[in-house]
Write a protein that binds this ligand. Structure first.
Ligand code: PMP
Length: 458
């Protein structure tokens, strides 16, 4: 076995700064401060190049659902690599691992979502859905139905179509490169956008913004509406209970396909296999990635409802595919990962045990802490909204820098948490123990106390 030769942290940082352009990072910071070098993981913890043990409150990028260090997945990868490292699914070919994964997924997804196409990332999965949704309407003789409606602060990927689907201002602004035929409506965050409305009324209002947008564009021009069951990268925005049923009604009423982006919510994160099951959503398409392999290898899938597949099946040759659509090794690893999630009852654990414990711990903190106005979340994804004034729901300002200060204090104290706008975001591995949740809460509380003191709130 070839071991990576260990360098000192300073050596790694110097080599990294010389040749590597990082994702979602200011390159200037890498040049000035160097990167954080992570070298090893086990369970819910990672270790950095100084040997420091850090609790990963984000499960990597919301993806390491089964935790680090599960050799069942490396065994599955080696076995598949030894047997057949590569073959593809183009031109009428298939590999057993692809067939088994599609079949396994069909048994887990909501009724009717029985057909799967594979990709390598959530972004690619969403790209193909844009193509498929338009193709579906074209085959039905409605080629004008092309625009996809999404939401502000949505995250659907970093490819050109992914960014256009998304609603992140900085991403749109980077190259002014958003495509035509994408539209956006308000994200359903009651605490910030709800004003004097009760959450239930605001949920209906936010859903009806979609109806207004469909009518403005003309139903004959709208292909689909896409949304994450819980907006993840936008700040774990859980909509009011009235929202999803009304969205569902509107999409059906105007013949607009419904895409539930399960890239974060899928594979147990919300306490069901899919967020659509937690919220009673009946989507036409479901992109999934991340937790499908717990991040051990890149793989994504798109579930197509039977009613979509039946139309596409009559369309003749479908001109789409990636070299690595359904890569056999990734499929084998995804299957081993799903066996662990199912065999260890991790979905039920999130729903009945560790999810409620995690949310209750955060709620208790939110109730007593002057800097926290709102705890939102479901299962093992959550956010704390940082506020200047709880009574008036006045959130911290950009200048307060409260979330970034808190994030940095967490990291210095051994916890990876994420700062999104004026919120702290958490999404730990599904295997996190109660003791580790307590550890997470202690570090987070100390960090929030420090930020509150800096802002003069404590
Ligand atoms: N959709 C959602 C909801 C996501 O959170 C992400 C990634 N964070 C993506 C799509 C894109 O996935 P990827 O980074 O694998 O391309």
């Amino acid at each position: 076995m070839t071991e990576i030769k260990m360098n000192s942290t300073a050596q790694w940082q110097a080599r990294d700064a010389r040749h590597h352009l990082h994702s979602f990072t200011d390159p200037g910071l890498i040049l000035e401060q160097g990167s954080r070098i992570i070298v090893r993981g086990e369970g819910s913890h990672v270790w950095d190049s100084d040997g420091r043990k850090i609790l990963d409150g984000m499960a990597g990028l919301w993806c390491v659902n089964i935790g680090y260090g599960r050799t069942e997945l490396s065994d599955a990868a080696k076995a598949q690599m030894d047997r057949l490292p590569y073959y593809n699914n183009h031109f009428q070919s298939a590999v057993p691992a692809m067939i088994e994964l599609a079949e396994r997924l069909a048994g887990l997804t909501p009724a009717g979502l029985d057909h799967f196409t594979f990709a390598n990332s959530g972004s690619e999965a969403n790209d193909v859905i844009v193509r498929l949704a338009r193709y579906y309407w074209k085959l039905l003789g409605k080629p004008g139905k092309r625009t996809i409606i999404s939401r502000t602060l949505a995250y659907h990927g970093s490819t050109v179509a992914g960014v256009s689907l998304g609603g992140m201002p900085a991403m749109h602004g980077m190259d002014n490169g958003t495509l035509p035929e994408f539209a956006h409506v308000e994200h359903p965050h009651w605490y910030v956008n709800g004003g004097d409305l009760a959450p239930a009324d605001y949920g209906l209002k936010a859903a009806r913004a979609i109806e207004e947008k469909i009518l403005e564009l003309g139903p004959d021009n709208v292909a689909a509406f896409i949304a994450e069951p819980v907006q993840g990268a936008g700040g774990v925005i859980v909509p009011p209970e009235t929202y999803w049923p009304e969205v569902q009604r509107i999409c059906r009423a105007y013949d607009v396909l419904l895409i539930a982006d399960e890239v974060i919510c899928g594979f147990g994160r919300t306490g069901a296999w899919f967020g659509s099951q937690t919220f009673g959503i009946e989507p036409d398409f479901m992109p999934m990635a991340k937790g499908i392999s717990s991040g051990y290898l890149p793989i994504a899938a798109v579930a197509l409802h039977d009613r979509i597949f039946d139309v596409i099946a009559k369309g003749g040759l479908w001109p789409h595919g990636y070299t690595y659509s359904g890569h056999p090794v990734s499929c084998a690893v995804a299957l081993a990962n799903i066996e662990i999630i199912a065999g260890e009852g991790l979905v039920e654990r999130v729903r009945d045990d560790i999810g409620p414990y995690f949310q209750a711990s955060l709620q208790a903190l939110a109730d007593r802490h002057p800097l926290v106005g709102e705890r939102r979340g479901v299962g093992l994804m959550a956010a704390l909204q940082l506020v200047r004034d709880k009574a008036t729901r006045t959130v911290c300002t950009m200048e307060d820098n409260a979330a970034i200060l808190t994030r940095e204090a967490c990291y210095a104290d051994g916890l990876i948490a994420r700062a999104v706008g004026q919120s702290m975001v958490l999404s730990p591995p599904l295997v996190i123990t109660r003791g580790e949740v307590d550890e997470l809460m202690e570090i987070l509380t100390r960090a929030l106390d420090g930020t509150a003191r800096t802002l003069g709130l404590m």
